[in-house]
Structure formats: C-alpha cells, structure tokens
Write a protein that binds this ligand. Structure first.
Ligand code: C2E
Ligand code: MG
Ligand code: MG
Ligand code: MG
Length: 280
C-alpha cells in the first residue's frame, strides 16, 4: 500500500539522515579536539620549475592522522570545519605551523630552492572579521615577511562577494603577499572575472591534467588556460602532474611550474630537506 510504502520511506530516510548527522557530530567533536590538541600537522608539497630546474615554492596541506580512525583526508573534514566555524581555528593552526616552518627551517628550505609557502584559504576565512589582523599579528610574532606567503583562493569563494573579496585581496597584496587562484577552470572561470582579481598566479585544476595526453579536450582546455594566463601576465602552476608526458605537454604550451606526484608528494617538512631536483 502506498501509505505503508511512504511510511517505510520516511523511516528509511530518517534512519540514514540520523546516521549522517551522528557521523557529522562525531567528526566535529573529534576535529574540535584535534585542533585544540594541535594534533593536525601540515605537510608540504613542493612545486617544481621545469625551466629553472629546481623547486621554487611549496603548498601547505593539512594532515589529520587520528589515533582510532587513521588518516582522514581534508576533503572529509574541511567541509565540516567550514559548516561549524572550526575553519577559523584550523586555518590559524595551519598558518602558525607554516610560520614556524619558515622561522625554524627557512634556510634549509631555501637550500632546496623553496622560497615560500602557499596556504589554502576557504570561503569563510577570508571574510571573517579579524582575519586580516590575525594574519598580520601571526606573521609579526614569527618575524615572517608576507613575501614568503601565498594565499590560494578559489573562484567560488570570490564569487560570493566579489567587491569585498577584491578589497581584501588588494589589502594582502599591498602588504606583499602572493595570491593564487586555485582549482582554476572548475568554477565560473572566465577571462573577465580573472582580470578583476589581483592574483599573481593561476593553478590549473588537476581534473584537466589527469587525462593528458589521451584526452584531446583536456589538452585544448589546459592550453587555453595557459595562453590566457600568459596574456594577463600571470604565473601558472599545473596541479596533479603525475607523468613526464603531462609535464612535457604543459611545458610545450608555456607552463613552467609543476606540482604533482611526478615531482614530489605532500611530505613532512623534514623530508623536503632531502629533495633532489633531478628529473632529466
Ligand atoms: P588543493 O588546494 O587543490 O590541493 C591539491 C590537492 O591535490 C591535495 O589534496 C594534494 O595532495 C593533491 N595532489 C597533488 N598532486 C597530486 C597528484 O599528482 N595526483 C593526485 N591524485 N593528487 C595530487 P589534499 O591534500 O587531499 O587536499 C584536498 C583539498 O583540501 C585541497 O585541494 C584544499 O582545497 C583543501 N585543503 C587542504 N589543506 C587545507 C588547509 O590547510 N586549509 C584549507 N582551507 N583547505 C585545505
Ligand atoms: Mg590549493
Ligand atoms: Mg587545487
Ligand atoms: Mg582542490
């Protein structure tokens, strides 16, 4: 009967919903604890300049290894952190570790070519009231100059409140921070939008890289992004470069800087001290 069916469905849905909510609450609780224990760590993924033939920069990627559940990937908890507001403390934790790395190991990083570290920002962080002053205080307390930090933002973040986003980005840029457009090509991406934002660099999303050289369309799209970024005078980083074929194709199109497993995986900072730049 329809009524029974309906009732069953309600029971079924509320059951899954209940489980989902419980799992989220559980994750939120664990994440809150992990943040206050500073149990999250920051890995670095070096970026390679194929023309200079050395590493030049690195991206900070947060890592959570839970004692019961093991490795929990960022895609599983960044969303929860954003929904619950935990992203603010998480973001400051990441920035604090990055400042500490630069203060304590800046010399060792420069020896392998790495001049600065890119930090991901999510939507809620940039627009938070005290974000700018928190960042400036943090850098000052570790005696780090803004030239050593890049912020990676996404298009969707910027579309939420374009005017304010531009104003805030300009504020950071005036201080000497580098700014990058992350995951480029996945959102609203258009030349006109890109021109509005004071970014130094465009990161081509991994989704356009992963099927090169087989996928003709992806080759066209990444070539177009590279050509466009060059016309605008922007630096370009290709994300998720896993093979020499991908690297060679991208280089032929004019992209010099590669980030991906072919060159280096995200790693604890100590491991970056042993990097060698031999990919010939
Ligand atoms: P993202 O900023 O686009 O970071 C690049 C992601 O691609 C990282 O995933 C990295 O490990 C992965 N990756 C790099 N090279 C390769 C490759 O050759 N092959 C493959 N398959 N993957 C590659 P990860 O570390 O899981 O991070 C996922 C996303 O989580 C990041 O995407 C970023 O949006 C977010 N995230 C990570 N750390 C932070 C953080 O500290 N703060 C914020 N707000 N978001 C973060
Ligand atoms: Mg990123
Ligand atoms: Mg990305
Ligand atoms: Mg991404």
């Amino acid at each position: 009967k329809a009524k029974d069916f309906g009732r069953n469905q309600v029971v079924y849905f509320s059951d899954t919903l209940d489980k989902e909510i419980k799992a989220k609450v559980h994750l939120e609780h664990k994440l809150r604890q992990a943040i206050s224990d500073e149990a999250l760590t920051v890995y670095l993924q070096p970026q390679f300049d194929a023309q200079k033939n050395r590493f030049i920069w690195a991206e900070a990627l947060v890592r959570w290894i839970d004692k019961d559940e093991g490795f929990i990937p960022p895609d599983k908890f960044i969303g929860v952190a954003e929904e619950t507001g935990l992203i603010h403390d998480l973001g400051l934790l990441v920035l604090r570790q990055v400042c500490r790395y630069l203060q304590q190991h800046g010399k060792a990083l420069r020896l392998v070519g790495i001049d600065g570290i890119a930090v991901n920002l999510s939507s809620r962080q940039l627009f938070a009231k005290n974000f700018y002053s928190s960042v400036m205080e943090m850098l000052a307390s570790y005696a780090i100059s803004p030239q050593q930090i890049e912020f990676e933002v996404t298009e969707s973040l910027l579309m939420e409140n374009t005017e304010q986003a531009i104003r805030l980005m300009q504020l950071f840029k005036d201080q000497g921070f580098r700014l990058a457009m992350d995951d480029f090509g996945t959102g609203y991406s258009s030349l006109a939008y890109l021109k509005q934002f004071p970014v130094d660099c465009v990161k081509i999303d991994r989704n356009f890289i992963k099927d090169i050289p087989q996928d003709e369309q992806d080759k066209e799209i990444s070539s177009a992004i590279i050509a466009m970024a060059q016309k605008l005078g922007l630096d370009i980083v290709a994300e998720g470069v896993e093979t020499i074929e991908q690297s060679e194709f991208l280089q032929a199109q004019g992209c010099r800087v590669m980030q991906g497993y072919y060159y280096a995986k995200p790693m604890p900072i100590e491991q970056t001290f042993n990097l060698t730049a031999d990919f010939s």
